[in-house]
Ligand binder design. Structure first.
Ligand code: ASP
Length: 590
């Protein structure tokens, strides 16, 4: 279709024209990505979301307009084939060029803060301050398109299994997920506040009580916590809940969703079912609750050897009810004395008093532990326990079980990275199940839910009246992927009496219970089906599926580590009248 004179609107995109279009007269719209002047003839790279097309401008036409980088223009003219010497095989439009006969500036641009298609590093601050320029880069546009594809594939997969998408409120009451709430003051109810949802947890459970049976939502969640590289104060979850089910039913739904999503968005075929392991087993074998299963380097219990080793630190740890554990770094991966000192610092930072090591050998082993391995039989026994071969470097930790697991778990992760032990071709998903129900917080002097207070206990009697909360397992589960936690869920408490008892163990007073959760317990007493659910952090899965670990790369307008939006400068002070309207007076610490 030829462009009518004066009509600036595009007939094609900048990624569309091919050799077969030669001879057509077309109109393109886009941004001036680059300009080159070859003896009076201008070559422009015109960019839009779909690609780049070369535009040729003769001297006469170029003299009529003033052009700059990132100007938005409209050009019309015939498509020409490029000479063989000028073909750009790296570009899909590289065999043609548009010879401009008409050029119109639709919108000029100030000099951009950085070169959009440039190679030089642009600081994070600059990228975030000028995010609209950052998002003009094709890498960022690809990330967002990938994100949309992945979310769309998930939506389809849930819908195919009969799930209904329901939106839950943003202005609501606090849902306890363990973080601080973002509060919104009410104008019409002086002195009262809404909380932004940390998750749709309570609402999705109420949807089950209502009989919706299978719910999902692409849900925005808000948590006011100290940020880390992979956290944002607002983030998106693929949230779901279903009725008349147990763990395996939820796993089956998600495995299907993940298979279809991976197929559609990544072109990869996942092997189902994903392995399942109880939390206790994950902690014992890997020292962490989100193990990277793409490599071994597992933790081993060394008590049978340590108890007779004659090494006071080890026998002492065991006598005090602690553990002696270790792992064997295979011989090809050499660790120098300096490396081991570095690892020891890591271990000490996590509470270990030191890091003993042993260079495994039946005869002539070395390292500080060698004198406690006096003969070949003892060496053999230790090597068998460690699963070690001749020449492996074995690292040991002794003491309190939590510390020992934490230390060796961290060393395993660091060694895995350092020696690139993970097989990159593997997609290692796994369900980690039966996390503890409660965790004790020494500073607060009370029990907290390890997941959230709506998680069912493994034992519905909660171990009876005199049970030790520390010993109770929950019916919660995480989905882990290559050493990352992708999401969490649980079978829920659908019995009001059990819910009340959990609130009681959490030290929530009857008045507080009534005030915060009265409506919820009442709903549970109004015909609540057994139900279970799960929520996956979408930002993270999108980033990981692109091989990135920073979710900022896949969020259009993210915040900094101090929860600030550098572009629109949020948060920001507001006018006194606005504060008065919502009945707020601020006290800013000096
Ligand atoms: N609401 C939980 C969370 O946000 C997930 C779930 O239990 O479904 O972590």
């Amino acid at each position: 279709m030829a462009a009518a004179a004066g009509n600036w609107r595009r007939t094609h995109t900048c990624g569309e024209l091919r050799h077969t279009d030669v001879g057509k007269t077309v109109t393109l719209n886009g941004w001036v990505a680059a300009r080159r002047n070859h003896g009076g003839i201008y070559f422009i790279d015109l960019r839009d979301r779909y690609g780049l097309t070369q535009v040729v401008l003769d001297e006469k036409l170029s003299a009529t307009v003033k052009l700059g980088g990132e100007y938005v223009i409209s050009v019309t003219g015939p498509v020409h084939a490029r000479d063989a010497a000028n073909v750009n095989p790296d570009r899909e439009t590289g065999r043609i060029e548009l010879v401009a006969e008409r050029l119109e500036v639709l919108s000029p641009s100030r000099t951009p803060a950085f070169v959009i298609d440039g190679d030089e590093e642009v600081s994070t601050e600059t990228r975030l301050k000028f995010r609209y320029l950052d998002l003009r880069r094709s890498a960022m546009q690809k990330n967002l398109a990938h994100r949309a594809r992945l979310i769309s594939a998930m939506r389809k997969a849930f819908e195919a299994q009969g799930f209904i998408e329901v939106e839950t409120p943003i202005l609501t009451k606090a849902t306890p997920e363990g973080a601080r709430d973002y509060l919104v003051p009410s104008r019409v109810h002086p002195g009262e506040f809404y909380a932004l949802p940390q998750s749709p947890q309570i609402f999705k459970q109420l949807l089950m009580v209502a009989g919706l049976d299978k719910y999902f939502q692409v849900a925005r969640c808000f948590r006011d916590e100290d940020l880390r590289a992979d956290r944002q104060p607002e983030f998106t979850q693929l949230d779901m809940e279903m009725s008349f089910v147990e763990e395996e039913d939820v796993f089956a739904v998600w495995e299907q969703v993940m298979r279809e999503t991976w197929r559609a968005a990544m072109g990869l075929e996942l092997k189902l079912p994903f392995p399942r392991l109880r939390w206790e087993e994950a902690m014992e074998r890997f020292g962490v609750d989100k193990p990277d299963l793409r490599f071994g380097l597992e933790l081993k219990d060394l008590a049978p050897w340590a108890s007779t080793s004659g090494f006071g630190v080890f026998t002492g740890a065991l006598a005090a009810g602690g553990r002696v554990m270790g792992l064997a770094v295979p011989a090809p991966h050499a660790l120098s004395r300096k490396d081991i000192t570095g690892l020891e610092e890591v271990a000490k930072g996590l509470g270990a008093s030191g890091l003993a090591y042993w260079k495994a050998a039946r005869e002539g082993s070395s390292g500080p532990l060698a004198r406690f391995v006096p003969d070949a039989a003892s060496a053999e026994r230790l090597m068998t326990l460690l699963g070690a071969r001749e020449g492996d470097t074995c690292l040991f930790a002794a003491g309190d079980q939590d510390m020992v697991r934490k230390v060796l778990g961290e060393l395993r992760v660091q060694l895995g990275k350092r020696f690139s032990l993970a097989d990159k071709s593997i997609q290692a998903f796994a369900w980690v199940t039966h996390f503890p129900l409660f965790e004790y917080d020494k500073d607060a002097g009370r029990w907290f839910s390890a997941h959230h207070p709506f998680t069912a206990p493994e034992d519905w009697t909660l171990g009876g009246e005199s049970a030790d909360p520390a010993q109770l397992a929950s019916r919660s589960y995480d989905l882990v992927y290559n050493g990352w936690e992708l999401g969490s869920g649980s079978v829920r408490i659908h019995r009001p009496d059990v819910q009340e008892r959990v609130f009681q163990i959490l030290g929530i007073t009857p008045e507080e219970r009534q005030r915060k959760f009265g409506f919820f317990v009442e709903a549970l007493a109004s015909g609540a089906p057994p139900h279970a659910g799960f929520a996956m952090g979408l930002d993270r899965i999108v980033a990981l599926s692109l091989g990135m670990d920073n979710i900022r790369e896949v969020v259009a307008f993210p915040k900094t580590a101090s929860a600030a939006d550098l572009m629109c400068e949020a948060p920001s002070p507001v006018a006194p009248e606005q504060l008065a309207e919502v009945h707020i007076r601020t006290v800013v610490p000096g």
